[in-house]
Design a protein around this ligand. Structure first.
Ligand SMILES: NC(=O)c1ccc[n+]([C@@H]2O[C@H](COP(=O)([O-])OP(=O)(O)OC[C@H]3O[C@@H](n4cnc5c(N)ncnc54)[C@H](O)[C@@H]3O)[C@@H](O)[C@H]2O)c1
Length: 277
């Protein structure tokens, strides 16, 4: 959907190289936000599948520009204080302000093993990326938002932030933690006009144009046949279809605009009814 609901605003999106992050970037750009597209665009040795590439990140930027939005790409690892600080500095140098921060970067694996078989390194990389990474980004950009007395932060959690999944203890712990971070930060920032909310997607289709691959990797982690993994996830969702990345992006756009001005600390599920069964 195109419009001008975010004209003049600047949004930072992490994990924007592909998948849900790309869909979020495009939806914000379609509302004329300038976008700062952040991705590690490099492999993480502990993660058993490839991260987005530099060319995928640049492709997201090209697609945003085609929508008439300004786009800046920044290669950065949300696990690094130096990198997240650089994201804030580059965003402010180029655009002078940041109105929206979407903490979307995340990993699904290493997973697929009983909790006591997770190694220290595997636990650390999961928590560092899916939980501490969001805190680092808030640490880098929050002071600017507090200074301006305005801003919207959206954390992309998961149904795994609300319920457990067998053999995914690290992911589930990180995403529950991300909802806790959302609630704590929402209270800290409420007096300063900065809102913090979470979105919990259900099983999102790895769409062709978006090049996402998390659902396939979750399926692989639990031994699902790659040809049939989508079907297995569909049957878990009462709507009997997978969530599209664009559905998640629509919720993010609402949370990014002032239309949601009374929502802070809220947890918005976009899960095809998974959580209400
Ligand atoms: N796909 C799903 O079914 C699903 C369901 C619920 C929640 N989510 C959440 O949505 C978010 C996006 O998932 P996706 O399906 O698009 O996955 P994806 O693997 O396709 O994309 C994740 C992106 O994050 C980037 N990234 C990973 N680690 C990073 C780091 N340390 N620093 C910077 N960038 C990093 C990757 O390079 C990649 O571009 C994740 O937080 C995920 O947990 C996805």
């Amino acid at each position: 959907m195109t419009g001008d609901r975010l004209a003049g605003r600047v949004a930072v999106v992490t994990g924007a190289g592909r998948g849900v992050g790309r869909a979020i970037a495009l939806a914000l750009a379609a509302q004329q936000a300038a976008v700062v597209l952040v991705d590690i665009a490099a492999e993480i040795p502990e993660v058993p599948y490839p991260m987005a590439s530099v060319s995928q990140l640049e492709h997201t930027a090209r697609l945003c520009r085609e929508l008439g939005a300004a786009a800046l790409t920044v290669r950065a690892d949300v696990r690094s204080d130096a990198d997240t600080g650089r994201v804030a500095a580059e965003a402010l140098a180029r655009f002078g302000r940041v109105d929206v921060l979407v903490n979307n970067a995340g990993i699904a694996a290493p997973s697929g093993r009983i909790v006591h078989e997770v190694t220290d390194g595997e636990w650390a990389v999961m928590l560092d990326t899916n939980l501490t990474g969001a805190w680092r980004m808030i640490k880098a950009i929050g002071p600017h938002m507090v200074g301006r007395r305005a801003g919207s932060i959206v954390n992309i959690a998961s149904t795994g932030g609300l319920v457990g999944y067998r053999n995914f203890a690290g992911y589930v712990a990180a995403k529950h933690g991300l909802i806790g971070l959302t609630r704590g930060a929402a209270l800290d920032y409420a007096p300063y006009g900065v809102r913090v909310n979470a979105v919990c997607p259900g099983s999102v289709r790895d769409s062709e144009p978006g090049e996402g691959r998390m659902l396939a990797e979750i399926g692989r982690s639990i031994g699902l046949d790659p040809a049939e993994h989508e079907e297995a996830f569909v049957t878990q969702q009462p709507t009997n279809r997978l969530v599209e990345a664009e559905d998640v992006a629509g919720a993010v756009v609402w949370l990014a605009t002032d239309e949601s001005r009374s929502a802070t600390g809220s947890v918005v599920t976009v899960d095809g009814g998974y959580g209400v069964r």
